[in-house]
Write a protein that binds this ligand. Sequence first.
Ligand code: ZN
Length: 259
Amino acid sequence: MSGQSNSVQFEEMAWPEIKNRIGSSAVFVPAGSIEQHGPHLPVSTDLVIAEELSIEVARHTDGLVAPPLNYGYRSQPQSGGGQSFTGTINLRGETYQNLAKDVLSELVADGAEHIVIIPGHGENEFFLREAVDLHLDEGGEGTFMIANWWDLLSEPTLESIYQDIPGGFPGWNAEHAGIIETSLMQHFSPEMVDNGEIIDDEAPRAPPYVLKPTPSDFIADSGTYYKATFATPEIGRRVSEDVVDQLTDAVRTEFDVNF
Ligand SMILES: [Zn+2]
């Protein structure tokens, strides 16, 4: 058997198909985490969201999705619970940066020219930037986009979601396992969401600075940092469509790929 599959995922392809497609496509790298997301969402939430968005944009852009970076940089107490929850698996910054750099360099060695890294976990971003910078400093080739999906979400969509919610938008740190992540999971993978466990919660204190060691009242006991009961699959669909549109436009604008 030969030829091209309908898939966009590397993991489902044999090497000749990857070889045929990698140079002419944008290659998406989902960058997740294994981190607690409250009592109602799986620890793979950041990974699932980054991978589903990557697959969707790859379908729109005739792109490929590389196997994801499953683990992420260390969870932070004020935005994800830090070390204090069972099930969170942290990588140190140096480990994560080296892992990312090796994977990105290998993709370039295999012929990838345009790489789009989609973090699902905010704490990953600067280690990913550093991995790319080190690759380029050493004379490595390729052009790279690092695009946090929450930064791509348009202002009108964000405003329309929070306009009827008491307290409004709490900032992305507090959105952990909150309305938008829960909604995206209800949209992408409803079977992974335990709807009976969805609650509204918050950290007792959320000051605009970091303290380490972190006082326990900076952390939400449940691991949910906002009003997850307002989540709906419909919000998830709207967020997904908006982000996919913005990212598709960004790939078209910045990269010389045909789709
Ligand atoms: Zn998350």
